[in-house]
Design a protein around this ligand. Structure first.
Ligand SMILES: O=C(O)c1ccccc1NCC(=O)[C@H](O)[C@H](O)COP(=O)(O)O
Length: 250
């Protein structure tokens, strides 16, 4: 059973535990996101993980065709596409993941509240290349088990942390790709300063992803100076997809 359940997160996790499994046969090999991040960085570009997100508890709401958006992100040199599949609060869908992974040739992240191996099976079958794990909603044992399970398919885990305690757990569990989310799961407030400090505390040898609240190239530059290797951006790109080129090319 996940470790911390309260309010809307409790509902979302309970829904995840009940979610019906959709059986598919994966059609493509797994693409590796970490080498692609490092390659783009070496070439002097900003590795941007562009997120397809339609609705969120913090009030975000945007309708946009998922395939057109994903193709535009790929054309704009996004390093990967993040697809929210949570279907009760975020209005996401497994169908978006399946369609997008078929439509693009960059790695695709399944972004959900993953608490079971069944959800990882679905991620693999639907074409995901990496899978989000949120430390705050898992026990340490569950986190380690799910990281190993994800890797057993050749996929990678993006392990999301919100504070120092989460980070210690993520590191002990063997996370390689670590995301610092500046949006608090419960208050929904974006705390950029504390998130930036946390980024600096991630030891060398891990790939660091800055997540949430990134709106401008100036913020990307600042986060890069503070050690971020990649940038996960949803709202700003959903509102204005043309920004992808500026965000990647600086
Ligand atoms: O987006 C939310 O309101 C949200 C609230 C609570 C948990 C997760 C949430 N969103 C998922 C994400 O982590 C973000 O969509 C992602 O980091 C992109 O953030 P943004 O660029 O601010 O849309």
């Amino acid at each position: 059973m996940p470790r911390y359940l309260e309010g809307w997160i409790k509902q979302v996790v309970e829904n995840a535990l009940r979610r019906a499994y959709v059986s598919r046969s994966r059609e493509k090999p797994v693409l590796q996101v970490v080498p692609r991040i490092m390659e783009l960085k070496k070439k002097g570009f900003n590795p941007v993980i562009a997120e397809y997100k339609r609705r969120s508890p913090s009030g975000f709401n945007e309708e946009r065709d998922h395939i057109t958006y994903a193709k535009q992100m790929e054309l704009g040199s996004a390093v990967a596409i993040s697809v929210i599949t949570e279907d009760t609060v975020f209005n996401g869908s497994y169908k978006y993941l399946e369609d997008i992974s078929r439509a693009v040739r960059v790695p695709v992240l399944m972004k959900d509240f993953v608490v079971t191996e069944n959800q990882v099976d679905a991620a693999y079958d639907l074409g995901a290349d990496f899978v989000l794990l949120i430390v705050r909603i898992l026990t340490e044992r569950e986190l380690s088990g799910l990281i190993d399970y994800i890797r057993s398919f050749g996929m990678e885990a993006l392990v999301e942390v919100h504070d120092r305690e989460d980070l210690d757990i993520a590191l002990r569990a063997g996370a390689t790709l670590v995301g610092v989310n500046s949006r608090d799961l419960f208050s929904l407030k974006v705390e950029k300063e504390s998130a930036t400090k946390l980024l600096e505390e991630i030891p060398a040898g891990r790939v660091k992803v800055a997540e949430s609240g990134i709106e401008s190239i100036e913020e990307i530059k600042l986060l890069k100076e503070r050690g971020a290797d990649a940038f996960l951006i949803g709202s700003a790109l959903m509102r204005n997809p043309d920004k992808i080129k500026e965000f990647v090319e600086g």
